[in-house]
Structures are given as C-alpha cells and as structure tokens.
Design a protein around this ligand. Sequence first.
Ligand code: SF4
Ligand code: SF4
Length: 60
Amino acid sequence: MYLVTIDTDRCDGCGTCETSCPAQYLVVSDGKADIGDGECMGCESCVSICPQEAISLQEL
Ligand code: SF4
Ligand code: SF4
C-alpha cells in the first residue's frame, strides 16, 4: 500500500500527473492535484514527471 502526498503550495495544477497515472488515482480539482478513487500502484511515474516536484510517495 502506498501513500501519495501532494504539496499544494508547489502544485500549479498542470495536470501532468493526472495524465500519467496508470491507476487514474490522481485528479486535478480546483487547480490542484488531489487523490481520487482507486489505489496507487507505486509506479513512481507521478513523482518523476511532476515539473514542480510536488509529489512524494511512501510505501506503508
Ligand atoms: S504534475 Fe505536479 S504540478 Fe502538475 S498537477 Fe500534478 S502535482 Fe500539480
Ligand atoms: S505512483 Fe503511479 S499509480 Fe501511484 S499515484 Fe503516482 S502515477 Fe499513480
């Protein structure tokens, strides 16, 4: 199980993470990325692709 954390001060709502997440786990709402339904697969795509380095991933 993985915990995804978005630093909303850094996030500019570009949507890159939403597009790149194979689990459709990330959604942009009101200009910020947020956690949606489903489950993170821990692939780290969002962490490496976010231009603002706003996403962190932790295995629980
Ligand atoms: S890729 Fe980064 S900056 Fe863009 S919406 Fe996702 S968390 Fe925010
Ligand atoms: S680590 Fe992978 S599955 Fe999890 S939120 Fe990021 S892109 Fe989606």
